[in-house]
Design a binder for this molecule. Sequence first.
Ligand SMILES: [Zn+2]
Length: 679
Amino acid sequence: MKKYLFITALIAGVAVFMSFNEGVKKEMGKAIEPKNMDTKVLPGDNFFEYVNGGWIKAHPVPPEYSQYGAFTILYEENQKKLRSLIEKVSAEENAPKGSVAQKIRDFYNSGMDTVTIEKMGIKPIQKELNKIEKLKTKEDVVRYMATMQRHGMAPVFHFFADADQRNSSMEIANLYQGGLGLPDVDYYLNQDEGSQKLREAYVEHLTKMFMLKGDDKALATKEAAMVMDFETKLAKVSFTRVEQRDPVRNYNKMSLAALKDTVPGYDWDLFFKSLGLENPGDINVAQVSYFKGVGNLMADTDMDTWKAYLTWNLLDASANYLSKDFVEQNFDFYGKTLSGQPKMQPRWKRVLGVVSGGLGEALGQLYVEEYFPASSKERMVKLVNNLRTAFGQRIEKLDWMTDATKQKALEKLSAITVKIGYPDKWKDYSKLEIVPGSYFDNILAVRAFGFNRKLNKIGKPVDKAEWGMTPQTVNAYYNPSNNEIVFPAAILQPPFFNPEADDAVNYGAIGVVIGHEMTHGFDDQGRQYDKVGNLNDWWTEADAKAFKEKTDKLVALYDHYTVLDSLHVNGKLTLGENIADLGGLNISYQAYQNSLNGKTPAPIDGFTADQRFYMGYAQVWRQSIRPKALAQRLKTDVHSPGEARVNVPPFNIDAFIKAFDINKENKLYIPEENRAYIW
Ligand SMILES: [Zn+2]
């Protein structure tokens, strides 16, 4: 699983771009803008508020968002840029059939053609609904589940291609738990009042979706209850999110014959044959106990329940591309009820997000041509090298690690591959056919294209040049099985990377982002992978034990961090990200010190360079967030909320404590013995 800088794998969430030299500077003014601060708050009592309080007051969450911050602003700016690119392409009426311009134009226009979409109503999925209605046997169910996978849906479980975690140069088939309509297992099983209310709201949503499909209320109510009951059974055999973070536990490579032995209740021959993959080769069954549970459910579940569940999966995966009644009902639950977002984004933004997801690198290519200057790439290459050197120096000086393990760590560090801006080789969309007219047909075409791509990968070498994110995405990631860090063009903008800012601020922002991604290679998950990306333990037992003791301290610090009155951050769920934040801060600070060569820069606006380094970091995470969205993120996101990302890690660091004169009277003060020193 790749590690992202912020929010876990945004669902179809793709953003866009903008130039380095315009737009943001107007918005940003100075690199550290005093009016964005709240100087009535002491840095040691709430550093997040101290740096960002003024900004937060001036930026309540807009109605069409569940949260709003530095990432969202770049996303917004990028959407405008992307729209203008699409409009330019759309004006090319004579774009030859099969060209990228034709595909972008027709996909976007089909999504904006609400007259046709309304006229079609439920028609685009009627044929599939009829097929589900006609299912008679469990074999029919398995066959249809494969059909849905081919259409980009994932009833009960996910199927995909990924690097073999112990032989990372080869792609293998993967089976991974899934199939839940609520965001997490906890939502089904927790007995608190809030969870119960959400379950009631979910059942109501299911009922309404079945009614929109044309069922009467009595039948729809029955179907909703069946779906809820079935998903609850899936939830009971699912791994929690914390359990999913253990790469060894989630690696269970086996042959098809072994899978059939392990999970005899499911007709795997039929499933793979129906996928078009008669010989899948080795398969990683991520959560064996989950699939055993699924095998049992095959026998114990009646046909009416299967039909209701598959129908719901089809409705859920299609709703956003059908007529308004479906779109609105879908938003009513997933947007309003779950995230507290009052308003949907305007249609053009939603369609643009879909096009940018489906034709991501085609649009990305247009984007970087227009908005990504070569100079940005050069500056980043230099910065990354500085960070790598600094990280190496810190590893050499660690007092808790033996020389043998240090040597391996340094080898791994120097083997990290760096990707900046955009891929060297663009994805080929020539086999994807986009037609004018039917939005839903285009969605299906994109999904089938994606499915065939992954099917073709299985059993072949990993294409190490491939990117897991489009250039227009405001994010970054570390991929442990490639031992690579990746920075899409869109994140190389203020407030992350600001060519106008002083070095202290840039090292605090993009420098920490780079250090964060590098540290992922050495967090509690990443450290289990070797320099070529194989899950392969290279630590001595004593070093592993010392590491665990240190990270346990970090778990405790976050477990005790409270947001929203009584809700805690989950220290175990967010551990990898928290190690990366702390490491990123330490490494980037060291790189900044190296760059100064012993000089002390003059203060700017009354703030010392050290202060500005940490303020540059803090403002990256400024964010207003709706309580419901925050509650959901605390359960589902491996990243801590922005506030905790700012208010915990620096308080473990001597340079910060000194820079802001933090003492034990301060609310966020951490006693020496509880501080985490890791990387
Ligand atoms: Zn991360």
